[in-house]
Design a protein around this ligand. Structure first.
Ligand code: FES
Length: 143
């Protein structure tokens, strides 16, 4: 299966790239098998994700899924961002080849990791809100 035009577009022109010095939450996840690392930064005001950016050291699909994930949560309430699944990211990109599905899982996990960090920084236990650190065997959080 070839990459969709949307994947190629988000890989070639990724949206919301870069570090965010004044981020309210930073999440970093990595995949131990491929070694790729994804870092997400969020800015939150009144439970709305007002800004989001990412830095990904990884494959093209990891860059495209990070880019799409930032677009899908930008300006959205946290409650909606928490429901973002890797499947939704893939659908928004018109699909991914099966061997690249794990890249989209990384994007979902990176958003959740950033939200966990946001709550932790506020002194709130993130687990009841965001869920367990990870439910994907291949992905793991870096702390
Ligand atoms: Fe690892 Fe894509 S090959 S995230």
């Amino acid at each position: 299966m070839a990459y969709s035009e949307k994947v190629m577009d988000h890989f070639a022109n990724p949206r919301n790239v870069g570090e965010m010095p004044d981020a309210d939450g930073i999440g970093e996840v990595g995949n131990s098998k491929c070694g790729d690392i994804m870092k997400m930064y969020i800015k939150v005001e009144d439970d709305i994700i007002t800004d989001v950016s990412f830095k990904t050291f990884g494959c093209g699909a990891a860059i495209a899924t990070s880019s799409m994930a930032t677009e899908l949560v930008k300006g959205k309430p946290i409650s909606e961002a928490l429901q973002l699944t890797n499947k939704a990211v893939m659908e928004a990109l018109d699909g991914l080849p099966p061997v690249k599905v794990h890249c989209s899982v990384l994007a979902e996990q990176a958003i959740k990791a950033a939200l966990s960090d946001y709550y932790t920084k506020k002194g709130i236990d993130p687990e009841p809100i965001v869920g367990k650190a990870t439910d994907c065997d291949e992905c793991h959080f870096h702390n």
